[in-house]
Design a protein around this ligand. Sequence first.
Ligand code: SAH
Ligand code: SF4
Ligand code: F3S
Length: 434
Amino acid sequence: MRFHIQTWGCQMNDHDGEKLSGLLSAEGFEAVDSVEEAELVLLNTCSIREKAVHKVYSELGRLREEKLRRPLVVGVTGCLAQQEQAALFKRAPHIDLVLGTMALRQLPRLVAEVQAGRARVMDTTEYPDNHLFPPAVTRRRDTAKALVTITEGCNHACTYCIVPTTRGTERHRPYGDVLAEVRGLVARGYREVELLGQNVNSYAGGCTFADLLERVSEVEGLEWLRFTTSHPMNFTRELARVLVTNPKVVPFLHLPLQSGSDRVLKRMLREYTVAEYLERLGYLGEARTRMTLSTDFIVGFPGETDEDFADTLRVLEDVAFDGSFSFIYSPRPGTPALRLRDDLPMGVKSERLRQLQLRQAELTQASNTRFLGRVIPVRIETHGPTEHGWWLARSAEWKTIHLSVGPGRDLPFGELVPARITLASPHFLGAEPA
Ligand code: SAH
Ligand code: SF4
Ligand code: F3S
C-alpha cells in the first residue's frame, strides 16, 4: 500500500508524522510524495487556531472528491483528531480512521482493520507509554537537523490554549533513552539535534532540563543543540548558565511572552508578570547581546484595551526581540477564555497585529544588519541550489541564509561551512562562502 502523510502545526507534530511514517514503512508500506499516488492518506492535523482547522476541513473536502473517483483510505491524526474524536466521522463521513496523539503505535492495527473491511475505526486512548516510542522505527524526513522528543504534554493551563486537551499532561522520556537516541543519530551523520516538548524546561526524566542539555552536549560528534519550546516560569538560572556557557547549545532562545500587559497575562493565566519575564531574561546577563531572542504574541485577547496593547508594543521595544510570531486570538473549543467577554471588533485586532508585525520587521532588520560583514558558520540545508539560484542554510542563531555559490561548486548537505554575510533583509541574510 502506498501512503502519503500531510502534516500541519509545530515541530512536535512534524516529528509525530515521522514516527507514523516509520510505523507504516515497517509494515512494508511505501511512502509517496503526493495524494494522487497514494492509496492511504493521513492528515496529521493541528488545531492551535481556527485557521489551522479550516485548512484540514478544506483538505478533507478535496479528499472526498478524490475518493469518489477511486479507492482511497482517509485517516486523521494529530491534534484535531484528539480534540474531535468520533465527531470527525459525523462531520466528514468519508474518514476511515481517527488516531489520537497519544496512541501513535496503534496506527498499523487501525489500518489493518480498515483493510479487513471495518468502517470508521478510531483509537484516541491516552496510552501512558506513548512517549516511549522506539526511535529505530522513526522514518525521518531528509533534513539536516534531527528532531528528538523529550517531553509530551503540558501541565500549564493557559486559558486560550487547546494543547493541554490535545496533548494531555506531561510525560518525560528517561534521559538515558534521549542520550541513546542522540548517539544513534550522530552515528548516522546528524550534526544537529532539536529537543522537543510543549514545555521542554519542565523536563523531569531523571535530571533537570539544564542537566539534560549538558549530558546531550557531551555526545561526541554533535555540533549544535537546540530546543523548543520554553515557558518563562520554568526558565531557571541554571538553564540560563548552560545556554550562555555550553558551546554546543546554540545562542538562541525562543521564550513566548504573549502580552506586555499584566492584566492580560493574568487573564491568560500565564503565571508571570512582565517584570518576572524580564527578570528571567536578566539571568542571561551581558551574554544576551550575543544571543538571538524570539517570542510569541497573541493580540486581541478578550478585553485587551488600547492601553494593554500599548504595553505590548513598549515591551517589544524595550527587549528589542530579534524575531517574533504573532497571532490574533482565536477562540478554541472547551477553553476557559471562551467565558471572557470578547467585544473588540476584528478590524481593531487586525490593525494591532499589523502594527506589531510592522515594528517587528524593523527590529528584525536591525538584528540582521548586525551580521553584515561577519564570517559565521552556517549549516547547508539543501542538496543543491534552489530555483532562485542560491543554496539554503541556517546559522546557529536560526537565521535563514541564502548562500550564493559560483556555478559548478557543490556544498556538503548537513555540514557547516563558513559564510560571509553580504546582505540583511527582515526575512533572511544573503551570504557567500568565505
Ligand atoms: N507551549 C508553547 C506554545 C505552543 S503554541 C508555549 O507556551 O510557549 C504556539 C503559540 O501559538 C503560542 O505561544 C501562542 O502565541 C499561540 N497560540 C496558542 N493558542 C492560541 C490561540 N487560541 N489563539 C491565538 N494564538 C494562540
Ligand atoms: Fe498552551 Fe500554555 Fe501549555 Fe504553551 S504553556 S502549550 S500556551 S497551555
Ligand atoms: Fe498544533 Fe498540536 Fe502542535 S495544536 S501547534 S500540532 S501541539
